[in-house]
Design a protein around this ligand. Structure first.
Ligand code: TMP
Length: 207
């Protein structure tokens, strides 16, 4: 069976992790596929160490360029250690965030030079391109409310305008790559969203 990479994207609080687990269950039970669910940055021990540096609220002095390169470093480790071997074995790899997060957060949110960010993305992804990207789109206000009761990490503490730029960046990405990036409205019951995602993934697996 052919390995596939499916990524989930969206602003913080959009519901990615819940939907990644819903999709895993369906793929394993109904489609009899081997599935690996990962998060970027993180999952592998080295990438989790980098994640800790990135999200630590004590690291407020981090340069946006350091931030960019650390996300890429964590991703390169995840790709080489876990994603490439799983794809080679025919698994469906579900990744909670991938390089579109870097375009949206560091490119649009931090306003780093977009062509440079995309060049860095190519290095960090080590040649891997998602087969399908689910963009869970939600208004910033609604997403922040969902996150409200939890301890916020360094990125989540950014001002509202930052998250608005990130959301707009994602929507521009979806507009630029409509074949790969599918926008799914996140302000609905979990099951309705999961059903729409299953249809998108079924079409991918049938193709
Ligand atoms: P998570 O909590 O959804 O796993 O993501 C961690 C934070 O890192 C989240 O606020 C988004 C941010 N992020 C970036 O800024 N750039 C990136 O490339 C990635 C993958 C995440």
């Amino acid at each position: 069976m052919q390995g596939r990479l499916i990524t989930f994207e969206g602003i913080d609080g959009a519901g990615k992790s819940v939907q990644a687990e819903e999709l895993r269950r369906w793929l394993e039970r109904e489609q009899q596929r081997k599935v690996l669910v990962l998060r970027d940055p993180g999952t592998s021990p080295i990438a989790e160490q980098i994640r800790r540096i990135l999200l630590d609220p004590a690291n407020g002095a981090m340069s946006p360029w350091t931030e960019l390169l650390l996300y890429e470093a964590a991703r390169a480790q995840l790709v080489e250690e876990l994603i490439k071997p799983a794809l080679a074995q025919g698994s469906v790899v579900i990744c909670d965030r991938f390089y579109d997060s870097t375009t949206a957060y560091q490119g649009y949110g931090r306003q780093l030079d977009l062509p440079t960010v995309m060049q860095a993305n190519r290095i960090g992804a080590c040649g891997v391109v998602p087969d399908l990207t689910i963009l869970l789109d939600l208004e910033v206000e609604a997403a922040l409310q969902r996150k409200g009761h939890l301890a916020l990490d360094r990125l989540e503490r950014e001002e509202r305008a930052f998250h608005e730029r990130v959301r707009r960046g994602y929507l521009e990405l979806a507009h630029a790559e409509p074949g790969r990036v599918k926008v799914v409205k996140g302000d609905r019951p979990v099951e309705a969203i999961a059903k729409e995602i299953r249809q998108l993934v079924a079409a991918l697996l049938a193709g």
